[in-house]
Design a protein. Structure first.
Length: 166
């Protein structure tokens, strides 16, 4: 991840020396964003819904889509395996002891999964909210870190046609 503009919050994934639009972002092997997802929107994906991240670099990644010249990032979400719920929160302060005004950063995450008794049908829900103040380190009325105020809510349903036992 690279932060290219502190005032507007422009971040991007750079792979193999190429900018964000040349990377393909997938969720569960499906391209859910346009080519600009490598530039905008990555901070909207809650980390508590991700089981693993697969990265394919280079020209071979073009098999995943026309935007994948530099590489592909595939976010694999967690499969619900039991009825559970978790929530977490965090609070951080940027700029303590510096000339500018301190910037507060509030995060709240939740993740839940609900599975039928026969484990064939289930649903997972996730949510994420983040509120971060802009931070002006030297008091010149230009922020070094942009303000963020976003919320994400999502669900995933599944229905297994058959359960394979080993």
């Amino acid at each position: 991840m690279e932060n290219n503009c502190q005032n507007c919050g422009f971040t991007q994934v750079c792979m193999n020396g190429l900018e964000g639009p040349y990377s393909q972002i997938l969720i569960n092997s499906r391209p859910v964003f346009s080519g600009l997802a490598g530039v905008y929107g990555l901070e909207l994906i809650p980390a508590n819904m991700i089981e693993r991240v697969e990265v394919v670099r280079g020209g071979g990644s073009a098999l995943y889509g026309s935007n994948a010249i530099a590489g592909t990032i595939n976010l694999i979400t967690k499969d619900p395996v039991s009825n559970s719920f978790s929530a977490s929160g965090s609070y951080a302060v940027t700029g303590v002891g510096m000339k500018g005004k301190n910037a507060e950063d509030h995060n709240l995450n939740f993740n839940g999964s609900f599975v039928s008794d026969d484990y064939k049908t289930g649903m997972s829900i996730f949510g994420f909210t983040r509120v971060r103040d802009a931070f002006d380190a030297n008091g010149d009325d230009y922020s070094e870190i942009a303000k963020i105020d976003n919320a994400t809510l999502g669900t995933r349903f599944f229905n297994a046609l058959a359960i394979v036992e080993n």
